[in-house]
Design a protein around this ligand. Structure first.
Ligand code: PAF
Length: 280
């Protein structure tokens, strides 16, 4: 595996990969890699001969009071893990390489319609930061395809919109959510949870499944959302939202709609905010 730290090094590495004319897949990450990330690599490998991954904790997608400073950074373990999981090129730039004019005054990419609701409402500017860094990474790597986890469902829709509007010739592939034994979706932030809280956080997936089952049984959306919130509270979590939305644009579904939906939950477990979703 080659490690590129600058845009010039990355371009040289990707050009060498492309020499055989086969497809290049890309997996962008913020590092602190776990099985969930490695499953994205597997998906990329299944669709492309070459795999490039990036590890970059992107400052512009964190709010001023969020965990940018303490976000877990494990560069050596990440490089070893990527090597073991068949990554060909790792791009691990410093902040100044991607934001040469500083993070305050650099170019911004915004996806207004999708970026301002749900997670975007709770984390203003978050999706602008994601859209900005993903645009920069796409422009540098120029992959044929890129893999994003379904866990960050709103992010996935934002990226799809970005690709469509900026006409990036990149296929966006969604990878299924990888879960712990109790259903908790894998996330780098899970390591902030103590053992007891981690066990209680399994209630999030249980609540999503109950919402999905209720929809299929024809129950009223609002009652299902209320019941999901109550079950989260009963498990000692603090829900931000438990909602049923249209899967394609996160709009409010028609009453009685039973398919093309997504159930989404954001809940706090202590000071850690967890998100998860299930497609219906
Ligand atoms: O999902 C993530 O890890 C990040 O939001 C991403 C896509 C790597 C952009 O920083």
């Amino acid at each position: 595996m080659q490690i590129a730290r600058t845009a010039a090094e990355l371009r040289a590495c990707v050009a060498a990969l492309r020499a055989d004319g086969r497809r290049v897949g890309f997996v962008p990450t913020m590092g602190n890699l776990h099985e969930g990330h490695y499953s994205l690599l597997q998906v990329a490998r299944a669709h492309a001969a070459h795999v490039v991954a990036s590890v970059f904790v992107n400052p512009t997608q964190f709010g001023p009071h969020e965990d940018y400073a303490r976000y877990p950074r494990t560069p050596e373990a990440d490089a070893n893990g990527l090597r073991q999981h068949g990554c060909d090129v790792l791009f691990a730039p410093q902040v100044a390489e991607l934001y040469p004019d500083g993070i305050e005054h650099g170019v911004r990419v915004s996806v207004p319609a999708l970026g301002g609701v749900l997670e975007g409402a709770v984390r203003p500017g978050h999706f602008d930061g994601v859209a900005t860094v993903v645009s920069k990474l796409f422009n540098l790597v120029q992959p044929d395809l890129a893999v994003f986890g379904q866990k960050d469902y709103q992010q996935l829709l934002v990226i799809r919109r970005l690709v469509r509007e900026l006409r990036f010739p990149i296929e966006v592939i969604a990878a299924p959510i990888v879960r712990e034994a109790n259903g908790l979706a894998m996330s780098s932030r899970n390591q902030y949870l103590d053992v007891a809280t981690r066990a209680r956080a399994g209630a999030i997936h249980a609540a999503l499944q109950a919402m999905a089952a209720g929809v299929r049984a024809g129950e009223a959306h609002e009652a299902l959302e209320t019941a999901a919130q109550a079950s989260l509270v009963a498990a000692g979590l603090v829900p931000d939202y438990a909602l049923l939305r249209r899967a394609d644009d996160l709009g409010e579904p028609a009453a009685g709609q039973r398919s093309a939906l997504v159930a989404l939950i954001a809940a706090r477990a202590g000071s850690t905010r967890l998100i998860d979703n299930v497609l219906i």
